[in-house]
Design a protein around this ligand. Structure first.
Ligand SMILES: [Zn+2]
Length: 225
């Protein structure tokens, strides 16, 4: 469940560098990150009910953060956001997921720019912009469909609150983890690593990446510094 939209990504990265350079020359009141920290903007879509929002960090994001920090030695700073159109009311449900995701990528670039122009954050290539949705992009958890999308690697992602590894899976893509290197691990029972592409009901979640994906993530993150 991912899209490789490298041309757009390259364009977006170029824009980021330009904006960042401009910012450094003109303003020192923003939250800077001298070590180019990894910041995750976790944006709740308007359709996520309040009852699910309170447990989102503990159940869906924290397991990924723990694993990521163990692999890379880098901290992830999570900034939650809500009630911010046109991001939180973005129409993510689509049968043409590539076209929809192109629109989301444009919005994530605009989002970084907006938070910068509001004097809140510098624009960083290490930011991740994640839209957390209540529903699938298409189909449904019962009948099958697409629960999330992300650039691999890149900074844009969408993930539904279905399955506790879905957010970690999409964020894993943004740090260059792949389906091909996922695994099912047996340790008294079978579990699926974060990047396993389809969930099988009888298996549990590992909440870890496979050894090969750990190497991929570490190599990618190290290349950012
Ligand atoms: Zn995937």
């Amino acid at each position: 469940m991912h899209a490789l939209l490298k041309a757009l990504l390259t364009l977006a990265a170029t824009l980021s560098i330009n904006i960042s350079a401009h910012a450094l020359n003109n303003d020192n009141t923003l939250n800077d990150d001298p070590l180019n920290q990894i910041r995750l903007f976790a944006i709740f879509h308007d359709d996520v009910p309040e009852s699910k929002r309170s447990s989102t960090y503990a159940d869906h994001i924290h397991p990924f953060v723990v694993e990521f920090e163990r692999i890379t030695g880098r901290k992830i700073y999570v900034v939650f956001d809500r009630n911010r159109p046109p991001y939180t009311n973005f129409n993510y449900k689509s049968d043409d997921h590539n076209k929809m995701f192109e629109e989301w990528e444009k919005l994530t670039t605009a989002y970084k720019k907006e938070r910068h122009e509001n004097s809140e954050f510098f624009v960083s290539r290490n930011d991740r912009i994640l839209l957390i949705t209540n529903d699938f992009i298409n189909g449904s958890p019962l009948l099958g469909g697409m629960g999330g999308l992300a650039t691999q690697p890149g900074y844009s992602a969408i993930a539904a609150l279905e399955g506790r590894q879905a957010i970690g899976h999409e964020l894993g893509h943004t740090f260059n983890a792949s389906h091909d290197d996922s695994e099912v691990i047996y340790n008294g029972w079978w579990c699926e690593t974060f990047m396993f592409p389809t969930a099988f009901l009888l298996r549990s979640n590992c909440y870890v990446f496979s050894e090969k994906n750990k190497k991929r993530i570490k190599a990618y993150v190290d290349s950012l510094y």
